[in-house]
Design a protein around this ligand. Structure first.
Ligand code: UDP
Ligand code: MG
Length: 343
């Protein structure tokens, strides 16, 4: 059982969010990261179910709860669990920073050889964790849980989620698995890669896929929320979708080039037609057609120029994100391990 006292985490100096804030602890095999935002109704049950499952594995583990600026009794509940159980660790954010940032903080602090991210509301069943660990011991570095059925969610949420994954797939080059959330197990090496990526607008599922390594899925039925309400209203869902698309695709920036080129081709065609009909066939081409066609042609040129700027912007964006150039899966014959991420 892990012995790092909760006070140690509380008294550790606040980190500058560079992934260096984790307190060193004795060996931990599994870290379970749980983002929490106003989950007072579910926390006691979540803790009990997680504890039962993790105790059954007979290996040292820690439960890292990241309290993402809750204003209900979540903090008090978590801190009292921490007083009773040395496996429980609590990180309290100074305000709400969002689900993806909460998971990232959990990964920064997690000390385990395998890190499991799970929602607090029990939509992700903790009982699936042993199955994920089994696949991990077979050699997979990422084991994601894939939802076969989503119970207790509105048709709009199910439909919009399905649409989102399909649009994302069409727009990005990274193979982001469909119908998965953040409920997944990652190996220490993948966690270290995650820690090295410090993008502000994060889409963790995408980053995990981007990191590569051997990935596999375990299927599960997504239960309804145990209690409370979703913390992902439409506004937040849209924000997450836009983060996902803008983090992994530069196609929207290049779109004006395609539209502009089509407009130019059409306008030039029309212009040629107008010139031929007035010069060769002496047809009376209305002045309006000349005017509209020239305007549209110029608009096409403007669109193409915008798209060209988009190309450069995409490159600047790529540089600014500062993702590692490559990730080394394994190496042989070197004396010293090189740092992850090929920086
Ligand atoms: N959450 C969080 N910060 C937020 C929003 C949500 O830490 O700003 C947590 C929340 O407590 C839960 C998980 O992220 O553990 C997923 O949120 P939720 O269940 O509301 O999302 P949904 O399942 O409805 O998509
Ligand atoms: Mg939920």
């Amino acid at each position: 059982m892990n012995t790092l006292a909760c006070d140690e985490i509380r008294s550790s100096r606040p980190s500058l969010n560079r992934g260096e804030g984790a307190t060193v602890s004795t060996r931990v095999r599994y870290s379970v990261v749980v983002p929490v935002y106003n989950e007072q109704e579910v926390l006691p049950t979540t803790y009990k179910r997680l504890k039962t499952v993790m105790d059954g594995l007979s290996e040292p583990y820690e439960l890292v709860f990241v309290n993402d600026g809750s204003w209900d009794a979540s903090q008090a509940i978590l801190e009292s669990l921490c007083d009773e159980d040395p496996a429980v660790k609590v990180i309290n954010f100074s305000r709400n920073f969002g689900h993806q940032v909460a998971i990232s903080a959990g990964m920064d602090y997690a000390a385990g050889d395998a890190v499991i991210v799970i929602d607090a509301d029990l939509q992700d069943p903790p009982e699936l964790i042993p199955k994920m660990i089994e696949r991990w011991s077979e050699g997979y570095e990422v084991v994601y849980a894939r939802r076969t059925v989503r119970l207790g969610e509105t048709w709009f949420k199910r439909w919009s989620a399905a649409l989102f994954y399909r649009v994302l797939r069409a727009l990005t080059d990274v193979d982001i698995p469909m119908d998965t959330g953040d409920f997944r197990l990652i190996d220490r090496r993948v966690c270290d890669v995650m820690k090295s990526i410090r993008e502000k607008n994060r889409f963790i599922r995408g980053l995990v896929s981007w990191s590569g390594f051997r990935q596999t899925a375990v299927d599960y039925v997504r239960d309804p929320r145990l209690a409370g309400e979703t913390k992902y209203p439409l506004r937040r869902m849209l924000r997450l979708s836009s983060d996902a698309i803008t983090s992994f695709s530069d196609k929207p920036l290049k779109m004006p080039i395609y539209i502009g080129t089509m407009v130019i081709i059409l306008c030039l065609g029309l212009l040629v037609y107008a010139v031929f009909s007035s010069l060769l066939f002496r047809h009376d081409v209305s002045g309006i057609i000349w005017g509209v066609d020239t305007c549209a042609l110029l608009n096409g040129v403007v669109l193409v120029s915008l798209g060209m700027m988009g190309q450069y912007l995409a490159r600047i964006y790529d540089e600014v994100r500062d993702r590692p150039l490559y990730v080394v899966g394994s190496q042989k014959g070197f004396q010293k391990e090189s740092p992850p991420g090929g920086r």
